[in-house]
Design a protein around this ligand. Structure first.
Ligand SMILES: NC(=O)c1ccc[n+]([C@@H]2O[C@H](COP(=O)([O-])OP(=O)(O)OC[C@H]3O[C@@H](n4cnc5c(N)ncnc54)[C@H](O)[C@@H]3O)[C@@H](O)[C@H]2O)c1
Length: 290
């Protein structure tokens, strides 16, 4: 896709971070923008700020883990602006601990947003796009965590590997069908966003027992990871820079959008080599880097 003016973009997780960066870039291109997010105040603020710059924007409070919310998002978008040309399935959260200590509530929350959120959007928007006469492009946000292996963040990795696989499959299926819908998967490294504070949007019914949460937060390895992530994210790419990078990739019809430091590619390569050579998984944290 090369022409964006007057076309329509729908962005989930649009009230903050990468989603907001994408929304601003869409508006700069002269697109009509639909902002979807679960965080009401931040969503309204984003809409107001963007409208103040003259952008054509609509916001829809949406919990992407709920199929009904995503269906309603699509209906409202089509009613207001017609065809959907750019869809960013971007909303995401992280958390939990090891694969066995993460609670069922951790698994349900993160799987619900990161994986089911993308599944609901694909199931809802692809049929709409298939009926359109105009070309369209879907960008699913995964992560470099979806291309590598290693300890920590089990749930996050499961969901992001899932999003990569779903995106690859969708890409092949739409090509085979000769559909005029392009697909990309965005796999960022560290981006300067609010992801580390994502618990702010965790629904009450999926909260952990306070005792479990307190014990977890007291553990040195939890504190180490939290501090490490906070620093890495703060030092990461800007959401605006990420959005520019993504738009260049959309124009070039690139499938894999790897917005990150080069060493992440080494980690992805390491995993691929482990599989090809049938050797046991290498821990990237203990592997020498260039
Ligand atoms: N920041 C990074 O370093 C990084 C790296 C790799 C991948 N990502 C991915 O980028 C995406 C965007 O995250 P970010 O870093 O901009 O974080 P962020 O917290 O700044 O933004 C995420 C947005 O998603 C929204 N959201 C959360 N749950 C939702 C739900 N159920 N329904 C709808 N919206 C919901 C939040 O309210 C927030 O506005 C995520 O998928 C994340 O996994 C981020």
């Amino acid at each position: 896709m090369r022409e964006f003016k007057e076309r329509v973009a729908v962005i989930t997780g649009a009230a903050s971070g990468i989603g907001r960066g994408l929304a601003d870039r869409c508006a700069k291109e002269g697109m009509k923008v639909v902002l979807a997010d679960i965080e009401e105040n931040a969503l309204i603020q984003a809409e107001e700020e963007m409208k103040a710059t003259g952008a054509t924007v609509m916001s829809v409070i949406t919990d992407v883990s709920k199929e009904g919310d995503v269906k309603s998002l699509a209906e409202k978008s089509v009613d207001a602006f017609g065809d959907v040309h750019l869809l960013f399935n971007n909303a995401g959260v992280g958390g939990g601990t090891s694969a066995w200590e993460s609670t069922v509530a951790d698994w349900e929350w993160i799987m619900g947003v990161n994986l089911w959120g993308v599944i609901h959007c694909v199931r809802t928007f692809v049929p709409i796009m298939l009926k359109q006469q105009s070309e369209s492009h879907i960008v699913n946000t995964a992560s470099m965590a979806g291309l590598m292996s290693g300890p920590y963040s089990a749930i996050y990795k499961v969901t992001k590997h899932g999003v990569v696989s779903l995106s690859e499959t969708l890409y092949h299926e739409l090509k085979q069908k000769n559909a005029s819908i392009n697909v990309s998967v965005l796999c960022p490294g560290y981006i300067d966003t609010q992801i580390v504070d994502c618990e702010r949007n965790r629904p009450a019914k999926l909260q952990n027992d306070p005792e479990i949460e307190r014990n977890r937060r007291e553990k040195p390895e939890y504190q180490f990871m939290e501090q490490f992530m906070r620093k890495a994210v703060q030092d990461g790419m800007s959401p605006q820079g990420t959005a520019d990078f993504v738009f260049d990739a959309i124009k070039a019809e690139k499938f894999y959008i790897l917005a990150n430091p080069a060493y992440f590619k080494d980690f992805a390569n390491m995993r691929a080599e482990d599989i090809i050579q049938e050797r046991n998984p290498t821990n990237p944290l203990s592997a020498p880097l260039d």
